[in-house]
Design a protein around this ligand. Structure first.
Ligand code: BGC
Length: 765
């Protein structure tokens, strides 16, 4: 063997210094933490290090393949880094005790859970939350979720889900914040702040996990887990910013997505998990796979379990959820030189750092205080907050002749498959909720009207007409309560109830698990049997209010044309029924605005407001024009545009003014508009500001949201609403992926939705 030259020795020494600097910076400069972890890792065997990278499921909630045999034994042997989806402080304390009393190095476990939109007090599904456009409420919901989850043993949540999604066929649109990059980024930050607070070591804050990194929402054809393929420029401008916003807000962990990016599954994608995430964005937390993400790379065609586990580690994955790939194969890969000790150490260090930051080494039971669990979970205050928040997420889509709010109605017919269905109110991914304790719409209306009105309830129809489909939509927990009576019988009962009433409330739509994971639909209309019910109710001549439960935008063209009032309530959480009653009866004036476009039909998908212009745009006001970008059989218009939502009152926009006709690189442009509440109710309006960059070195969207304010105005009140724009707001990624602004003409739009705005222009100098 040749002796190493002095130069080689020098290079090796320099590399070691650089590496240790990098490790120090990874630990956020916390010398004490680094010293502690250095010392601990000095005592760890290879098996124990690999153990830290292992995240088996608890067995309570299983969403994929994979096993979790002998967890207790593995914990004792130091072969488990954390567990997820175990519920209750008692259970978690008992498992933690095994780790800290019976394993050699007594390293505490991380306990994760899908606390997606609340813990036991469940808030509306994230898509609904985003329609509140209220960042303080969104942060508050995450704060309460964190408070409750941490009281019950959880220190890590697999949230926020910030995947931009423009295809409502994809069931997981329900778990995200809709189609818009700017709104999605604001929400991502608010959620991280809510979960993590300003101090992770507090016993009521938990570690956030941004998911699903990345582009999971762009699955082809809206089919879950499907391939994604996208240009870098689109990624950078449209899909990546919400993940980055969450990381900039300090999110401590990231979950790799199931899909591939540039032909390499995210779980094994070094460009994504190391070059972009750590090196470009400066992320210093850890990366966990999604459920069996490593194992799934075998089916992606990336090699056998040993090969894909090595690929994942080298790409930048630190923790293996359920696949057993790291624990089972990395030792052999190390022996064969396929992975390095340094790569294993780095992953192990990142997991230990997270535990350290959570304060688990000081007190492994910090999050398992049984008394806190009794007094801080599902409290009346939290439920009241959930009720108030839910009412802010409902979107009034139609209200002809001011049918709503319902005033002085003596007899109300409440019909529909979602009317008396507590279990479905929390919506998808509400794993800690106690569904039986949710408030159904029937409960809520009864609570609200007391003895002042008579409510006649009839189910009217099932959620879907096909029993086999009904079985498929009930697999993940929430029963649809299939009724064996015939459709004719059920409709007849509903019609009889309607005939005896002053008004009919039809609680229709999807059941909770018709959206969410693995709940893609190729037809996103209301099931035929429910339409039949609506037709029969309308035929009675009674006023019909449609209360629409859904986890995604739906193609409700016929309903829009025929039903006089439509209130979209998503899935409002455990307090849904009371919150819906508050809005129906006028205690709360609805103010939600859509965060995703409702298409007219599936053929228009993907349909989103901030599209490009093309070289052959359809002239404004036209339905069709030959040799223009349009369809023969449907207009380009959405059914309901992004940002749309009515109120019981009306708002007028006047006097859009800019403080100047130009903006300089260091200057500020003030944009103001006079907003008047011109109707008969006090109410809140989300004032939206969009821009358009008229000429660019790359094509720019026809409109881009750049600001919004939710303001409350008394009836008759006028207020001047002011926004400020700077050069930074006009930046975008150019074809070299540089984040720049380009001088030239801009338009600015302010209004009540993406489709109804006032317009002005300025020049960026
Ligand atoms: C989902 C994730 C979730 C994980 C753990 C997966 O099936 O894609 O969103 O966090 O399961 O429950």
């Amino acid at each position: 063997m040749k002796k190493p030259t002095n130069l080689l020795i020098l290079i090796a020494v320099l590399a070691a210094i650089l590496l240790s600097c990098n490790q120090q910076s990874n630990s956020g400069g916390d010398q004490k933490m680094t010293a502690f972890i250095d010392d601990l890792m000095g005592k760890m065997t290879l098996e124990e290090k690999l153990g830290q990278l292992n995240l088996p499921a608890s067995g309570d909630i299983i969403t994929g393949a994979g096993s979790n045999n002998n967890i207790t034994e593995k914990i004792k042997e130091g072969k488990v880094g954390g567990l997820f989806n175990i519920k209750s402080a008692e259970k978690i304390r008992a498992v933690q005790q095994i780790a800290v009393e019976q394993s050699r190095l007594k390293i505490p476990l991380l306990f994760g859970m899908d606390v997606i939109h609340g813990y036991q007090t469940v808030f509306p599904i994230p898509l609904g939350m985003s329609c509140s456009w209220d960042m303080s409420l969104i942060e508050k919901s995450a704060r309460i979720a964190s408070q409750e989850a941490s009281a019950d043993g959880i220190c890590w949540t697999f949230s926020p889900m910030v995947d931009i999604a423009r295809d409502p066929r994809w069931g997981r649109v329900s778990e995200g914040s809709g189609e818009d990059t700017y709104l999605g980024s604001q929400i991502a930050q608010a959620m991280v702040k809510g979960y993590q607070g300003d101090d992770l070591t507090k016993n009521n804050t938990i570690l956030a996990c941004v998911k699903h990194f990345a582009l999971y929402g762009a699955a082809e054809a809206g089919r879950d887990y499907n391939t994604t393929d996208m240009s870098r420029i689109r990624m950078y401008n449209e899909y990546l910013p919400p993940y980055k916003a969450a990381i900039d807000a300090g999110a401590g962990s990231v979950m790799a997505s199931f899909n591939e990016i540039d032909g390499i599954p995210a779980t094994g994608n070094k460009w994504l998990l190391t070059d972009l995430l750590h090196n470009q964005w400066g992320f210093n937390g850890f990366v966990v796979t999604d459920y069996t993400g490593i194992l799934e790379m075998v089916d992606h065609g990336m090699g056998n379990l040993k090969e894909v586990s090595a690929l994942a580690l080298k790409a930048g994955v630190d923790m293996d959820m359920v696949a057993d790939g790291f624990l089972g194969t990395l030792k052999e890969s190390l022996d064969e030189g396929k992975v390095t000790q340094q790569e294993i150490d780095q992953a192990c260090r990142r997991i230990l750092e997270a535990k350290y930051k959570l304060g688990l080494f000081d007190d492994p039971y910090r999050y398992c205080d049984v008394n806190r669990a009794k007094s801080e979970v599902f409290t009346p205050e939290n439920r009241q907050a959930a009720r108030e928040i839910a009412a802010q997420t409902f979107v009034l889509l139609k209200n002809d002749k001011q049918i709503l709010p319902l005033l002085n109605k003596k007899t109300i017919a409440l019909v529909g498959p979602l009317a008396d269905n507590r279990e479905n109110m929390p919506g998808t991914w509400s794993v800690a909720g106690d569904f039986a304790k949710s408030v159904s719409l029937l409960d809520g209306l009864k609570n609200a009207v007391g003895t002042e009105a008579n409510i006649i309830y009839a189910k009217g129809t099932n959620v879907v007409g096909d029993p086999q489909l009904d079985a498929r939509i009930s697999i993940f927990g929430k029963p649809t309560k299939w009724d064996n009576r015939s459709q004719k019988q059920m409709i007849a009962e509903a019609v009889a109830a309607a005939r005896k009433s002053d008004v009919v409330i039809a609680a229709v739509g999807e059941s909770a698990e018709m959206s969410g994971e693995c709940a893609s639909r190729s037809d996103i209309s209301l099931p035929e049997n429910q339409k039949e019910l609506l037709e029969a109710l309308l035929a009675t001549g009674k006023p019909v209010v449609m209360v629409l439960f859904t986890g995604r935008p739906l193609t409700i063209n016929w309903e829009k044309a025929n039903v006089p009032a439509i209130l979209n309530v998503w899935f409002g959480g455990t307090e849904a029924g009371d919150a819906i009653a508050d809005v129906l009866l006028g205690k709360v004036n609805p103010s939600g605005k859509l965060s995703s476009t409702f298409p007219q039909n599936v053929g228009q998908i993907p349909l989103y407001y901030n599209h490009k212009n093309t070289g052959r745009p359809l002239p404004e006001g036209k339905w069709f024009s030959k040799f223009r970008s349009n369809y023969l059989d449907v207009s380009n218009d959405p059914l309901f545009p992004f940002g749309f939502g009515l109120s019981y009152t009306t708002f007028d926009y006047k006097n859009l003014k800019l403080s100047d006709s130009s903006l300089t690189a260091t200057g500020e442009l003030k944009v103001s508009v006079d907003l008047t509440n011109s109707g008969n109710y006090d109410g809140a309006e989300v004032v939206q500001l969009y821009i358009r960059d008229m000429v660019g070195s790359v094509t720019r969207p026809v409109k881009e949201l750049k600001g919004f304010q939710k303001v409350f105005l008394k009836k008759g009140e006028t207020r001047t609403i002011e926004f400020s724009l700077t050069e930074k707001d006009l930046r975008f990624y150019n074809s070299d992926l540089k984040f720049v602004s380009e001088p030239g003409d801009f338009k600015v739009f302010v209004g009540t939705s993406s489709a109804q705005t006032l317009e002005a222009g300025f020049i960026l100098k």
